[in-house]
Design a protein around this ligand. Structure first.
Ligand code: GAP
Length: 438
């Protein structure tokens, strides 16, 4: 299966640039490694991913509240969380010709995979980006770009508790940028140095943590299958071995996807115990315990954490949706996005640039725009070419206004996946399309 899809990553990468999903950051200066920009359709896809997550993690529940904490925090946070001392990867240098750096735990042999040269002894490399705050550089002014959003939820735990009338079990969720100076980033937007996370810390009574861990593993697995519509045979759950657990975790299960380069992590669901709250309580001197209003018992809650990445979900959705078929002897490239994910849901196009078609096409656009993500497309020449372009950005439906529309008040709905066309009166167009999106 991986063999069959060996060139899939290259095809998707090329499509992302060609169609305005993803660009290399600072490309005119030669780019910058593992940092990307997102173009119009990429932004739309990411917004849809984020809002589907927010909808299911917060809006459709009553026990999770939102937060947006800062990227730069008091450096004590990272001392307490263990990131200053322990957020490291083992790194080796090539001592041969190429001088490349590698993650020691990603290598199988003891020679450089690039030039075959000898390798140095491994040494620990901290992945946090360091900068300084204020005008004077010096160790007192050192600050870090956050390597995970999670610490914001722990540090604001008391503020949320005192302001939001929440009771354990409850969660705090946020979406936002994180930064890691990865030693060996790669696979397009799979492993980046600047990326976006969607994380939720769910606070539970100790002793109930294992049950909630199972609950969230199952809930998150279902979200990928049912909400994003990913192919079940390319998704799996994988519990971590004891020796690969993070320093804070008692147990972690990953949701993994079968990428063209093999199985890779999409999301980790960790049982973080009371590690973080305890560390912050000790270092800050603030009481972070929770008082159970029913039993009058005081305790530090345990935490179950589903932690996902927007960029990884984005590349997964692109790879999962990518398809090619044969149409009249030509290869058609199509992104078969789930309708909720598609950057454009309906494209409206007049068959030609004649004024008599443009006016009704603009009316159809105005009719649909309040209800769907609509794109109006009168450029690009022949209608077949415009359909191909919409197929490549994954638009589920095209609505075409032609010369008959002027006399019969009907338009054609063309479906992306089957390429079937149906003539529908403009009067019932909105209902027809709505039925297709249920
Ligand atoms: N708070 C826990 C935490 O950060 P993680 O497994 O290191 O756990 C969670 O990260 C998710 O964030 C990953 O499953 C992945 O989707 C995303 N992620 C982590 N590092 C990344 C990177 N360098 N590039 C892109 N996404 C990344």
């Amino acid at each position: 299966m991986i063999g069959e899809r060996a060139d899939l990553m290259e095809k998707v990468t090329a499509l992302c640039k060609r169609r305005g999903f993803v660009f290399q950051s600072s490309e005119i200066y030669g780019g910058i490694n593992a940092i990307y920009d997102y173009g119009h359709y990429g932004v739309a896809l990411r917004r849809n991913i984020r809002s589907l997550w927010w909808r299911h993690m917060i809006e459709l529940r009553e026990d999770v509240v939102g937060l947006e904490s800062s990227v730069i925090m008091n450096p004590e946070v990272w001392a307490a969380s263990g990131h200053l001392s322990g957020f490291t990867d083992p790194m080796v240098d090539c001592l041969g010709e190429c001088k490349q750096r590698w993650r020691a735990d990603h290598l199988s042999g003891d020679r450089c995979p690039n030039c075959g040269g000898p390798l140095s002894e491994p040494r620990q490399f901290n992945l946090m980006f360091k900068t300084h705050i204020g005008p004077v550089e010096g160790s007192g002014a050192d600050v870090y770009l956050r390597p995970e959003t999670a610490q914001g939820m722990f540090v604001d735990f008391k503020n949320v508790l005192n302001s939001m009338r929440v009771r354990v079990p409850f969660g705090i969720a946020q979406q936002g940028r994180s930064f890691r100076n990865e030693i060996s980033p790669g696979n397009f937007i799979f492993r980046l140095r600047e990326f976006e996370q969607m994380e939720m810390e769910f606070f539970v009574k100790p002793g109930e943590d294992e049950r909630w861990h199972r609950y969230w593993i199952e809930a998150r697995h279902r979200w990928y299958l049912e909400v994003l519509g990913l192919r079940p045979d390319r998704l799996r759950l994988r519990p971590h071995d004891k020796d690969e657990l993070s320093h804070y975790s008692k147990a972690t299960t990953d949701v993994e996807y079968l990428f063209p380069f093999g199985w890779g992590e999409l999301e980790g669901i960790a049982n973080r115990t009371d590690y973080d709250l305890r560390q912050h309580q000790e270092r800050s001197g603030e009481d972070l315990t929770y008082l159970d209003p029913e039993t009058n018992e005081r305790y530090l809650p345990y935490v179950i954490e589903p932690a996902a990445g927007v960029d990884r979900i984005m590349i997964t959705c692109l790879l999962d949706a990518y398809d090619e078929d044969e149409v009249r002897g030509e290869t058609r490239v199509v992104l078969r996005f789930h309708r909720d994910l598609a950057p454009v849901q309906v494209a409206v196009m007049p068959l030609s640039k004649k004024e008599e078609l443009i006016a009704p096409a603009r009316e159809v656009q105005a009719l649909l725009r309040p209800h769907f993500r609509v794109e109006y497309d009168q450029t690009g020449g022949h209608i077949g070419r415009r359909y191909r372009r919409q197929d490549e950005i994954g638009t589920p439906y095209c609505v075409t206004v032609d010369f008959d529309t002027v006399s019969d008040g009907a338009v054609t709905i063309r479906e992306r996946d089957t390429m079937t066309q149906e003539r529908v009166p403009i009067a019932t167009l909105l209902t027809s399309l709505r039925e297709r999106f249920i």
